[in-house]
Design a protein around this ligand. Sequence first.
Ligand SMILES: C[S@@+](CC[C@H](N)C(=O)[O-])C[C@H]1O[C@@H](n2cnc3c(N)ncnc32)[C@H](O)[C@@H]1O
Length: 256
Amino acid sequence: MSPSFARIAPTYDALRPLSAEDRARLDAMLREAAIDAGDLVIEVGCGTGRLTLPLAGLTRARVMGVDTEARMLDVARAKDVAGRVEWVRGSAYRLPVADGTAGLVVMVMVVHLLRQRTRAFGEARRVLRPGGGGEGAGQLCIWTFTPRHVEEFYLNAFFPSIAVIDRPRFPAVGVLGDELRRAGLARIRIDVREELRGMEIAEVVDRVRGRYISTLAMLPPLEYRLGLQRLEEMLAQDRTITLAQRSEWAIITAHK
Ligand SMILES: C[S@@+](CC[C@H](N)C(=O)[O-])C[C@H]1O[C@@H](n2cnc3c(N)ncnc32)[C@H](O)[C@@H]1O
């Protein structure tokens, strides 16, 4: 089942604010890819431009955001008052640029939505600048969650089906590495990073009500209602309750 991002588009940014770690990662990604003014950077599955716009603010390169969901792109365009980014409705399987033209392709929280990951990685490879396996080669950068993140997700205690749904969507990093190699990418590096934060119960309830992760929209309706009810009861009893959230990210880079 594929979740719809059309419904969540208007509230997406408020429910998923960018963290300081996200911003630092964007900066590090651009520096590592040695992107300059003449380059093209493509964010595949850019959504509302939550990361695309800050990314465009960090570089003078041409920046393109590609997404299948028109409503997500509408939000992105409305925020981009300076017209800094080219927003294109398109698919990870058929990117709207010529072969060998991009210095960097970015996929953040997208690969779990792709039914044919290797095909999408092959398409990213097609558009990346060739570099003969050397330093000038274009780079694909993927941010996703690890299986450990799925198993330890802070909402699992309220919604047991989240892990069942997400296990196949977030494979082991070694599986992603093998798929990238099969797609013809090389020099693959996988960094696993942990982030810890406390979330106030009121914020958790807001996020769950807004179905801030696609998995919440895929739950059996009764399980969703009962889990939300438990969280709302906790909020009513004690607003000072904080839930500990541990995230484990896989940051994967691969070269043409
Ligand atoms: C979880 S959101 C992440 C958005 C953005 N990368 C971010 O982190 O804020 C996933 C996005 O991927 C898009 N998407 C899903 N399948 C796609 C595909 N095959 N090609 C391009 N975009 C896709 C969805 O429409 C959605 O906007």
